[in-house]
Design a protein around this ligand. Sequence first.
Ligand code: FEO
Ligand code: CA
Ligand code: CA
Length: 684
Amino acid sequence: MFQDDDQPIRSLTQPTLEDVITARVSRRALMRGAATATAVAATVSPLALLGGATVHAANNPSVSFEEIEHGVDATIHVPEGYQADVLIRWGDAVLPGAPSFDPSGQTGTCQATQFGYNNDYIGFVPLPYGSNNSDHGLLCVNHEFVSLEVMFPSYFTFNAKRELVPTELAEGLNEDELAQMLRQRSETIIAAHGGSVIEVKKEGGKWSVVENSPYARRITASTPMRIAGPAAGHPWLQTNADPGGTHVLGTLNNCAGGITPWGTYLMAEENVHLYFGTNLPEGESRASRYARYGLPTSRIWKLEEDRFNTEIEPNEPNRFGWVVEVDPLDPESTPVKRTALGRFFHEGAESIINEDGRVVVYMGDDARFEYLYRFVSDQPVDPDHRAANADLLDSGVLSVARFDPDGTLTWLPLVHGQSGLDETNDFDSQAQVLIEARRAADLLGATPMDRPEDVEPNKVTGKVYVMLTNNSRRGKEGQPGADAANPRDNNRSGHIVEITPLDGDHSAATADWNILVRGGDPSRDGIDALWNPGISADGWFNSPDNAATDPVGGLWIATDQGGAWALNSGVRDPDLPKGSVPDGITADGIWWLGTEAAERGLGKMFFRAPVGAEVCGPKFTPDGETLFLAIQHPGDRSAAQWVGHGRPSTFEDPATRWPDFEDDMPPRPSVVVVTKKGGGRIGS
Ligand code: FEO
Ligand code: CA
Ligand code: CA
């Protein structure tokens, strides 16, 4: 989700940049050639900073596509020789009998049968289960949030106080009619969230959605779910509707996610605070605990149910912010919130089987100055008996990362009774440690990061890549300044950290870390970008958000520059009209990014999104011949900055009508499928 203005929810004191640099240079940075903090870059050749072996200018990357250009326009772009087709759009049928899409008359009932809004994570589970089939499978797609300004006709707008008020269009409607319209929208919004499971098949080189599939499923913000793991039943999860604290309606703000080794679909709940309005009851002792999770906020989505009102249901926010596990092979199964994986603003939940057979899940908490987490299951995955893994994610150790300047990452376990996570610090149980994972991580001294988003284990190389989108607050007064792992103040372009588990053991207490790239335009002064010297004018990017690895271990990055995309590029041209986007800035997209030897730090632009959109969910089929992409929030309000539009982007007058380009059709978040014309592995 784009979020350039998320609340810095906390502040910490940090070692000074000088401390950091001194320690790092002395022990490891130069020895290993690790990319490090700004001041190091000033004194050491950029070639030495890219890590690994000696770096040569590389013009022969192991991918052979012809790079596309930076730019901004209303549609999508792929390299010559590639094909990009829209597979499914917001409002298309998912369940049998779904009505045809009517953008002006959406209701909760029809939306609950159709593809939801703002597709984010994409998982692929080959069919038949257990096969490596790359032509037939289930797509598991998250629907993170809604873009009200282009989703609904403009009968309402937000005023300066973020209150929803009627517009001129609503003149002539009485109060009852307006209230009815808001209720209908609330129901539509609830049904537009969650996820979709669709069956997809490639026939004659073309992908399509299988109609009336027995696997088809919509999960929404009102789907009944179970709460499992150590926090299930805790008094802080109990509500009027669920006195036992073990059942909850729905999932919210499902950003990235993961597919487990046993083929279940993990949906990460990210900015869940946005749904809960008003204050806690007078004198409520939990106010400071809630503040750590950004509560209260204004009720941005206007969900007309009492459970979203914390005055009435003060515990409901504790029931969101988890990882939800769904069995896509059984559409009747009850999704389960796995509390052992902690409660925070989960970006994703990608996993890898460790050498000892246990599953390791890597997770970012996407807000400024939040942390990187890891979960290691107690028990190994049973590869032969799928059902034996059903509750594997209920027991294990959640840890949070501390990045030391010498290049060591230490995993700090969030275990009740250890390291001060006990009654002396107001934790009465493991349940509380998990519900308040952020506060527990604060106490352990985890490293506050520049918005950790997707965390991608590369199953070919065993290394792990952490997307750090940006953090314009770093170094601002009262906020932590640059450190080794977050080496730029006012970091608007983001960076990528590479983790190398010791001896390939993802469960080890420590690992090595390194910076792969620092985003931004390397030709502009003052940005302090770090790329391979062979990079082209189109090869660099800002704000890495999602990542995918292909079957040969290639790393592909999806970007989300956010609503302030021009500003986040690090430049504003004073001669251009206010709000316009200067040259050299690009819409979001997909880049291949070299990680090894001479190609390390070399980016190559592969896909460009329509104006306003970020790119999510990159997912390859096992053969690497298909790349599924989720195009999220095309033409949203951030598109007003584009000179090609230059005015607010609204339902009636959007900056783009991608993908339909029909006069009465708003832009529609959609899944795009990219293949090579004539077949073959993408990038080859
Ligand atoms: Fe939903 Fe952090 O992107
Ligand atoms: Ca994002
Ligand atoms: Ca994201």
